[in-house]
Ligand binder design. Structure first.
Ligand SMILES: Nc1ncnc2c1ncn2[C@@H]1O[C@H](COP(=O)(O)OP(=O)(O)OP(=O)(O)O)[C@@H](O)[C@H]1O
Length: 256
């Protein structure tokens, strides 16, 4: 059963933002998606307020990446519509950025060139600021090949930040990282989300990751939303072994 969607809690967010937020809401209205005869998503309704951090979990093949691609405008719904900000999504949205498990850097561009690639004017300055933001200012002139997996993901995050996104879509971005690096990336993403304020949709297999980062967790199952819960736990949630988190975790796992 889907729980009622309650308003975003603002008391668990940093009130001050360094950057003016262009965060956009996402509305999914009666959306279905089939590939040929195979129905993957059926009549999905979701409203994600601007600035919310949503995690989507579910078994392999339940349609998580498909949903993300539809929000991004990389694919078209079979029925229904998706509205980001005030625009119906028909193609890739200019203020939406995506991050994948693989950082997808251009090997023939230095780090600074990779970060500035999405921007035309003033790209070098903007890229330097974004690299500073992710703690990689000193690696600007390196080639991607000499970076670690975690550093590559930081570069990919900086590349997304350069265009001051309204929506950030993350498809298992930390899935290939070791536990320590993943923890560092969680802290970095949480800080950057709090400072920039963009709306975030994170796909993950990892319920602990979802509970560590998200305002709200959505479980996809049987072509639809099996569970939609608010995570009303104080931030930062570095220690997620407490009773409230464990209860929520069991509730989510029961629906996956
Ligand atoms: N372009 C496509 N053409 C045909 N079928 C597709 C296409 N993209 C996805 N599918 C099918 O849609 C279903 C959902 O795929 P999707 O990648 O969205 O799942 P997922 O939940 O992200 O899985 P995972 O967690 O394993 O990444 C799968 O059965 C997949 O085979």
């Amino acid at each position: 059963m889907s729980a009622a969607i309650s308003p975003v809690r603002t008391d668990i967010r940093e009130p001050q933002s360094k950057h003016p937020s262009k965060a956009q809401s996402i509305v999914i209205d009666g959306m279905s998606k089939s590939f040929g005869d195979r129905r993957v998503l059926s009549d999905i309704d979701l409203a994600i307020p601007a600035g919310q951090f949503v995690a989507i979990v579910g078994r392999s093949g339940c349609g998580k990446s498909t949903l993300l691609r539809l929000i991004a405008g990389l694919d078209q719904a079979t029925a229904g519509k998706i509205i980001v900000g005030d625009r119906t999504v028909e193609s890739l949205q200019p203020s939406t950025r995506l991050l994948f498990q693989d950082a997808r850097l251009l090997p023939w561009q230095r780090v600074i060139g990779n970060v500035g690639i999405a921007r035309h004017d003033g790209w070098r300055k903007a890229a330097a600021v974004a690299l500073e933001d992710v703690g990689l200012a000193d690696r600007a002139n390196d080639w991607p090949a000499v970076l670690s997996g975690g550093q590559r993901q930081r570069v990919a995050l900086a590349r997304a930040l350069v265009s001051d996104p309204g929506v950030l879509l993350l498809d298992e971005p930390f899935g290939a990282l070791d536990a320590l690096t993943r923890g560092e990336m969680h802290r970095l993403l949480e800080r950057i989300w709090q400072e920039h304020g963009f709306t975030t949709v994170l796909i993950t297999h990892d319920v602990s990751e979802a509970l560590r980062l998200a305002d709200r967790v959505i479980v996809l199952r049987d072509q639809g939303v099996a569970l939609d819960v608010q995570v009303e736990l104080p931030r930062s949630r570095r220690d997620i072994g407490d009773a409230a988190t464990m209860t929520l975790r069991s509730r989510i796992l029961a629906e996956v």
